[in-house]
Design a protein. Structure first.
Length: 139
């Protein structure tokens, strides 16, 4: 299996199982949800605001130390160390440096997690991720 990664102006194809080098994170850096709490009931579309402390936001493709960009996981899992975060219906990329999104979600329970990716969409080492929260979208 091959995975296509859209980074900067190039498309890179990586053989599955192949890990890339991870960028170091800043000690104590944290990802968090600003406006949502675990167990909260919401209506769709859901406004999700991303918080980050201890590091800076930079667009995808940026290699500056201490920076990255947000990824929102909706009912998805983090990739293994050194493997780029997939781009699919469970993994949303915010490579222009966005810090919030309004997402239409089906009624029911959803697990959300934020993950900071480096310029190549790879988790830092150690990873900078939020706590997983479960929200319920009311009909």
């Amino acid at each position: 299996m091959r995975v296509k990664i859209f980074a900067a102006a190039a498309v890179v194809t990586i053989a599955a199982g192949f890990a890339l080098a991870q960028t170091a994170s800043t000690p104590g850096a944290k990802e968090y949800f600003i406006n949502l709490k675990n167990g909260q009931h919401v209506k769709s579309p859901v406004l999700i605001q991303f918080g980050l402390s201890g590091m800076g936001i930079a667009p995808a493709g940026t290699t500056a130390a201490g920076t990255g960009h947000h990824h929102l996981l909706v009912d998805g899992d983090l990739p293994a160390a050194g493997v780029p975060i997939p781009m699919d219906e469970h993994h949303m990329h915010f490579g222009r440096g966005q810090t919030e999104v309004s997402v239409p979600l089906m009624p029911g329970s959803h697990v959300l997690e934020l993950a900071l990716g480096d310029g190549a969409h790879i988790l830092h080492s150690p990873p900078v991720v939020s706590e997983k929260i479960t929200i319920t979208v009311d009909p």
